[in-house]
Design a protein around this ligand. Structure first.
Ligand code: A2P
Length: 339
């Protein structure tokens, strides 16, 4: 066996799982053995990794024997059942589902923002919601510089965030509609082709959706400040990859748009694309496939004294999911090495 770690990917045939495997390869994470895991539906299928063809195994209670890192992205109920088993077997779990994110015992990590919170983990580390991950990269430098009073965010989220069936639904429905026929989808209640849907995840008693509440609670947890007031509206748009967000940040002290731009230029994982006169600003088509989160349309809010208004786009499968998960694994490896 070559030097490195045994890495299991749960949900290896899904959109995020596949991206995790590609990211491990791309970033040369020291993988001695890869164990791709999925449901019985995928029995007999294979994946390619570093020039080898590897069989996908059906997830079971014994799947984690000898595993060092287990990356989960197969839905909350799978994480609920199997993550504790993986930890029992001695693996560190990096969980992309929302199941453990708000547990006090589980660090919720974006390495550039709160990597230090990983210390003392008890075997499970949570990867934030895709929209939260890209937003906190931008909030962190502002929070450190001038403090944050309140955030108003509206998202424009791509269908890949809802998995492979959602991608297929947008494609088939678009083709059908363009050729004049109907296509009844089963992922989205409303048609997603040529439409926008102001609902992601289920509605809660307070009128917000679960996705919106995730953004609120996870942001407060990652920035370690539950006094920040946040309101969110999460919207699904007919885009394949890349989440966009319009973010309004009310700061504690005044920050000019120019100074905000400088903070973003120095922030890890962030690229500034903000030349309105040249009509340059990030769009999902441009940002899909990129590791960094892009920010543009940076301006002072005319309606309040201390306000910054901006537009942010990130690849939801990368920083919003797979890349952040692999960065967490890298962070753990590096901190063990330097410990
Ligand atoms: P499978 O392809 O065998 O259904 P996506 O989010 O893109 O829809 O992908 C979901 C991932 O989670 C897939 O890899 C899927 O495997 C996996 N998955 C779903 N249900 C289970 C299950 N009961 N056990 C193991 N893996 C599962």
């Amino acid at each position: 066996m070559s030097k490195g770690y045994v890495v299991a990917v749960v949900g290896a045939t899904g959109v995020v799982g596949k991206e995790m495997i590609e990211t491990l390869q791309e970033r040369k994470f020291p993988v001695a053995k890869l164990i791709p895991l999925a449901s019985e539906r995928s029995a007999g299928s294979t994946i390619d990794f570093k020039g080898n063809t590897i069989d996908v195994d059906v997830l079971n209670d014994e799947s984690f024997i000898g595993v060092d890192f287990a990356l989960f992205s197969a839905g909350g109920s799978i994480s609920e059942k199997y993550a504790p088993l993986a930890v029992k077997s001695g693996a560190v779990v990096i969980d992309n589902t929302s199941h453990f994110r708000m547990d006090n015992d589980v660090p919720l990590i974006v390495p550039e923002v709160n990597g230090d919170a990983i210390k003392g983990h008890k075997g499970i580390i949570a990867n934030p919601n895709c929209s939260t991950a890209q937003m906190v990269l931008l909030l962190k430098p502002i929070y450190d510089a001038v403090g944050i009073e309140r955030i108003v965010v509206s998202t424009y989220q791509s269908v890949s965030g809802a998995g492979k069936d959602a991608i297929q639904e947008l494609e088939s429905q678009s083709r059908a509609n363009l050729s004049g026929s109907d296509y009844q989808g089963n992922v989205f209640k409303s048609p997603i082709a040529f439409n926008v849907i102001p609902q992601i995840d289920v509605f809660l008693d307070n009128g917000y959706t679960k996705e919106e509440m995730k953004m609120i609670q996870e942001t407060q947890k990652i920035l370690r400040d539950d006094t920040i007031r946040i309101t969110a509206t999460a919207v699904r748009v007919p885009v394949f990859v890349g989440h966009s967000e319009s973010i309004n940040i009310q700061t504690k002290e005044y920050l000019s748009a120019d100074d905000a731009r400088k903070l973003f230029e120095a922030a890890p994982g962030v690229s500034v694309l903000d030349s309105p006169l040249e009509q340059e600003y990030p769009t999902p088509r441009q940002v899909a496939g990129e590791d960094n989160v892009f920010v543009g349309r940076i301006r002072n809010d005319l309606s309040i004294r201390n306000g910054i208004e901006l537009w942010c786009v990130g690849d939801n499968l990368k920083k919003g999911a797979a890349l952040n998960a692999v960065q967490i694994a890298e962070f753990l490896v590096q901190s063990r090495v330097t410990a």
